[in-house]
Design a protein around this ligand. Structure first.
Ligand code: 13P
Ligand code: SF4
Length: 347
């Protein structure tokens, strides 16, 4: 039963004490969040893992790329675990290192040494490492503007991996025209762009989040006509058209902050992952909150981390076993850390 599983998590947590740290991303299920030692967005969780030098065991309740980041930012004596190895990220899967190396070769042949690579943290350690080795940095949804501004201080152009939407939304906010952005298609190995290449300032990798693509212009139009009093608040992984029509956009922690600071009685349609929207609905009964897409939008991979997997993971650790360890090799970690450090220093 759920109670029995919850009791086992409590017992394992007690047995491991301060040797254990459980970070939980805002998209995790409530049954997991209740046991998290800290919750946060991608940036906050990375910062917390870096600061925590005490915990020997970090059980990351989030997805694979976040656990890799935690491993890169912690010391050799600390072990990072992912309770279910199938908790990946479809966006991170849209860019692999071979595609990236091929793209770099072709793009530098066109643009020479004028490009700085940036990667959203939602990417593999190998891509973070590639970016770090080539002078670039990682970004998260809460510091993307700052990082893109930084990148343009170094080079004339940026290559933004792997989320075209966060890249486009961020560059647009900084004044880059949509006609100055080209899309790199990693499947055809071609640049999708109509104008003269000299005009291109931003090269967007053709990847996206399969959760946030479910929030559409039609969803916003429906809200505007049926609930004109509602404010629309979305994550910048949504498309440019959706972000343009929304009232506010930002990272998961920004979304939470906006709702916490909103006046009682206000109404909100939120475009982000289902578990977070449901938690906001539960935590704010004085506000009228709905999902921007009425069908709700779960991240299937985030949801793979559930109570049975957490119990198993904690009990094996308490028994002195090591399963589901996320370990990035030293060479990859060295340059990936460089890319992460460049971001963390500026955040
Ligand atoms: P943030 O928590 O940084 O906003 O990231 C959202 C996300 O999609 C994580 O996978
Ligand atoms: Fe990846 Fe989107 Fe799920 Fe975040 S919400 S883990 S970007 S698929």
């Amino acid at each position: 039963s759920t109670e029995e599983l919850e009791g086992r998590v409590r017992a394992a947590k007690e047995a491991l004490g301060s040797k254990l740290f459980i970070p939980g991303h805002h998209y995790q299920k409530d049954e997991i969040i209740q046991f998290a030692d800290a919750t946060g967005d991608s940036l906050q969780l990375a910062q917390l893992c870096e600061k925590n030098e005490e915990a020997e065991h970090i059980v990351f309740c989030g997805v694979h790329f976040m656990a890799e980041t935690a491993d890169i930012l912690t010391t050799k004596n600390q072990t990072v675990y992912l309770p279910d190895m199938r908790a990946g990220c479809s966006m991170a899967d849209m860019a692999d290192i071979y595609q990236t190396e091929r793209a770099w070769e072709k793009l530098t042949a066109i643009f020479g040494e004028t490009i700085l690579p940036l990667t959203y943290v939602n990417s593999t350690a190998a891509i973070k490492s590639f970016v770090g080795e080539n002078g670039g940095a990682t970004v998260t949804s809460s510091n993307a503007e700052e990082m893109v501004r930084w990148a343009f201080e170094q080079k004339e152009r940026i290559l933004f991996l792997p989320d075209q939407h966060l890249g486009r939304n961020t560059a647009y906010n900084l004044g880059v025209g949509l006609d100055e952005m080209a899309v790199w298609n990693p499947i055809t190995d071609e640049l999708e762009y109509d104008g003269p290449v000299g005009k291109v300032k931003v090269l967007l990798w053709k990847g996206h989040c399969s959760v946030h693509e479910n929030f559409t212009v039609k969803n916003i139009e429906d809200i505007r006509s049926n609930h004109p009093e509602m404010k629309v608040l979305v994550h910048p992984e949504c498309s440019r058209e959706v972000v343009a029509l929304s009232d506010l956009n930002g990272s998961t922690s920004y979304i939470i902050k906006v709702i916490e600071n909103a006046e009682p009685g206000t109404a909100w349609a939120i475009g982000t992952e289902m578990n977070l929207v449901n938690r906001l609905i539960q935590d704010h009964p004085d506000k009228h909150i709905v999902s921007l897409n009425p069908h709700m939008c779960p991240c299937l991979t985030m949801n793979r981390i559930d109570l049975p997997h957490l119990v198993w993971c904690l009990e094996t650790i308490a028994d002195g076993e090591k399963h589901n360890v996320i370990s990035v090799d030293d060479k990859t970690a060295e340059f990936a850390k460089l890319a992460l450090d460049r971001m963390l220093e500026l955040s």
